[in-house]
Design a protein around this ligand. Sequence first.
Ligand code: AMP
Ligand code: MN
Ligand code: MN
Length: 359
Amino acid sequence: MVAEAPAPRLSDQRGVAITEEPAPVPATIPEPDWDHAVELIHGANRVLLCSHRKPDGDAIGSLLGLGWTLEAAGKHVTLACADAPANALATLPGAERIVQDLSPLYTVGEAPPWDLAIVMDASGLDRLGSIYENNRDLFAALPLIDVDHHITNDRFGIANVVDPTAASATEVLSLLIERLGLTPNVPAATCLMAGLMTDSLSFQTESTTPRSMRVAARLLEAGAPVAKLAFQLFRQRPRGSALLWSKALGTLQFAAGGRIGWLEVTRAAMDAAGPGADSGGLSGFAGSITGVDVGFVLEEGQDGNIYVSLRSATVDVARVASEFGGGGHVRAAGCHFAPPATIADARAQLLPAIERALG
Ligand code: AMP
Ligand code: MN
Ligand code: MN
């Protein structure tokens, strides 16, 4: 008789013990914040919607998902993001409506053409980049709703609809839309679903809960084309990105006996890769290597900043990022180093901080 081999455990296959639980977070949004947000939105006619610079699927999905919904409810909306959506995100319905500059619509010192601002998927106003920097007085003058799911959110709104247990800002927004008594139309459901699918990596993250699945089910019922989204958002990639990966993977390095792995993306590599080059996904790749506890990418931005994208299945990288003025989630976070810092400077500061976090 042959003894039955024990079933392989997930932790054996992954090469790391998946035992460490993320820190507990406050689960629910206070009722007064929900009520206040609902009241402000019902009372507004002209709404400015904003999401974070260098937008990901959740940032664009939030802008467009709420934009379509409020427009269908008869409100005027302006959709603002400091950077235009790239690649697949530019194909989401309404993406061409997103503006990068408010100056054609608003003059500093004059009455704003909006009566409410809603900021989504941003842990602080500084995450809006030039949309905030060029219009600080506007954000001080308008009533502001903060809709987010980052653990590092600094509650900058007069209503803060912030739930760090949500898998995406669009998960929170879908609940808000329900509380408004509205139902997303097909383009709205498509964009809200895009945010949920991208931030949860198609429901693979620890942040995926039964509630995420329930929200997703309702978005499917409302007409979100899940197979088409999965293809566009996850499987298809522009040639420029493939070329960038071919360069970036050659920069792979390890530290701390293989527990830290990282890639470096220079401006030259970005420019050589050409149109469609996008570093998204590279930090996840670095973090996915067996034995690596923290994976990260250093990227030279067009604006001269060095942008850092951190990923980990075992370490609180939001805490590491916050040491450098950034933030994010326990498993995915980011920060940047301003000029004259170089990639080498950023690396020299980050590696010791990550090693400390490894314990
Ligand atoms: P990324 O690596 O750019 O995909 O970002 C990972 C997560 O960290 C996202 O949720 C971002 O919104 C957040 N994040 C990135 N950079 C910053 C920053 N400078 N400050 C706060 N949060 C950030
Ligand atoms: Mn985001
Ligand atoms: Mn998000």
